[in-house]
Design a protein around this ligand. Sequence first.
Ligand code: UTP
Length: 224
Amino acid sequence: MRIVVRIGGSVVASPINTELISKYANIIKTVKNQGHEVAVVVGGGALAREFIGIAKNLGLDMVAQDEIAISCSRLFAQLFLKKLGDAACSKVALTLDDAAECLGEGKVVVMGGLKPGITTDAVAALVAERLNAELLVKGTDQDGVYDKDPRKSPDAVKLDRLSVEDLAKVFEHNEHKAGIHQIIDPEAIKVFKRKRLKLVVVNGFKPENILAAIEGENVGTVIS
Ligand code: UTP
């Protein structure tokens, strides 16, 4: 199976958790050894947000803020890539073409951000579309998708299953802002509407959830 794994910067990079990065690297190698083709998309986390703040204070515009955040995510992607060693391509993929080429070489694709105006959720969705992946697993800092933001509403209820259309409704009023933290970026939802694939949102602090999602076990929120 072709799989895209999106690892939230909020999980591995806020603060930077080397133990978790190592665990993820092992899990990605396991998934590859099981015969799957894998692309990993890593976010920029707190470092990206810090640099977005610095760029803002310097009076730089949104595109510049995003570009700087993308560089931060690519730094984490590079760490990941190095930790994967031979299993991964020699360089972080900077474009969707790079990603396709790397997968064609039988290696794990690793990438961070792609272009201003989106988040790495949308990158993961675009990569999944380009590579024709069947499954996208997102490891985030919540147990899945909730009907409301669980950090603001203690009565928020976790949803086990929903359709892409339902997901779009949960996030109807969102628009892109540099550094914004959402469970799924609305730009990504647009891609999911045209490229139907299974999306599973799991708690990324337990990397074994990625394996469980691939096995089709009941974990996190399944969106299809
Ligand atoms: P993310 O918000 O995707 O990173 O990118 P993250 O840390 O993994 O997010 P969590 O864990 O889901 O919260 C950080 C910022 O980088 C810029 C955006 O400003 C985004 O909010 N970015 C990222 C882009 O502009 N383009 C990209 O392709 C990726």
